[in-house]
Design a protein around this ligand. Sequence first.
Ligand code: ATP
Length: 291
Amino acid sequence: MKLTVKAYAKLNLLLDIVGVLPNGYHSLNMIMQSVDLHDTVSVEETDGQGIVITSSDSNVPTDSRNTVWKAVLAFEEYTGKKCTVRINIDKRIPSPAGLAGGSADAAATLYALNIIYNTDLSDSELCRIGSKVGADVPFCIVGGTQLSQNIGDVLSPLPSIGDCHIVIGVPDTPVYTKDAYRRFDTSRDEISHPDFTTLLSDAANGNYDSVYKNTANVFEQVIDVPDRVPIKAVMRKNECELTLMSGSGPSVFGIFKKATDALHCANELLQITKNVCVCRPVDKGIEIVKE
Ligand code: ATP
C-alpha cells in the first residue's frame, strides 16, 4: 500500500520560553498556526528490508538523522510492528527555517504508517509517539490553531484566526534550534516576556487583533538575523496586521487582511531574499492526497 500525505508548515503567533524542566528541556507557551505551505510525503510498504528515504532536497539527510526515519523507529517501538517502507519527501518547506519542516514530515509519516499498518492509533497516541521525535511533531499531527505548552506535547485548540493572507520571507542566515536555546540560556535574565494571561484570554475569545498587538517571539531578543529588520519594515509598509519571526528563525512572516497587500509585499521582499512565499492558514496539520 502507498499513501501520499501533505505535511503543512507551522508559524508561531506567540513563542515564549517560561522555564527549564529537570531534564533540561525548555518549557514553552506557544500559539501555533498551520499554513498551506507543505511538503508532500509518500509512504509505500515494500517487500524489502527496513527504511529507504529519498528527498527532492539534497540538503536533507536520507539516513537515520532524518526525522522521518526517527518517526518510523518510534512507531515500531510503540506498536511492535516491523516496518519495511520507502518514503519520498518532496520538500517545499525551507529548512532549517523555524517552520517545522522536519517535524511536519515526521507527523505525516506517523499518520501514514497508522493507516498502512492498520494500527488504529488515536491522534493522542500518535502525538505521544511524535513527542519522542521532536517538540513540534504533536502540533503537526493535530494542526490548525493551537495553544502548545510544556515541551510542545500539551495542546489546546484555539479559535481560528480567520481568513487572511500570509507572507513568509526566509533570510539566508541559517539558525539551528539547539544554538538558539543555548543563546537564550545565556541571556535568560535579560529577556522580557509577553503577558501570557492577556494573550491567552484574547486568543480564546478569538480577539486576534489584540493578540497581534501584544504578542512576541522571545527568540527575537537573542537571535541575530540581519535581514529581519528590513523584512519587517517592508511588511509593515504593506499594512500587515502582525509581523514576527517564526520558531527559532530565521523565517519572518506577515499576516495581511488583503491579498493585494500580501502580493505587493512578497514582490518587494524579493529584493531582500529570493526565498519568499505567500500562503493561507489551514485548519489541519496533515492531509491525505487523493491519487
Ligand atoms: P522547527 O521549527 O521545528 O525548529 P526548523 O524549520 O527550524 O524546525 P527543520 O526544517 O525541522 O528546522 O530542519 C532542522 C534540521 O533537521 C535540518 O538542518 C536538517 O538537516 C534536519 N532534518 C532532518 N530531517 C529533516 C526533514 N525531514 N526535513 C528537513 N530537515 C530535516
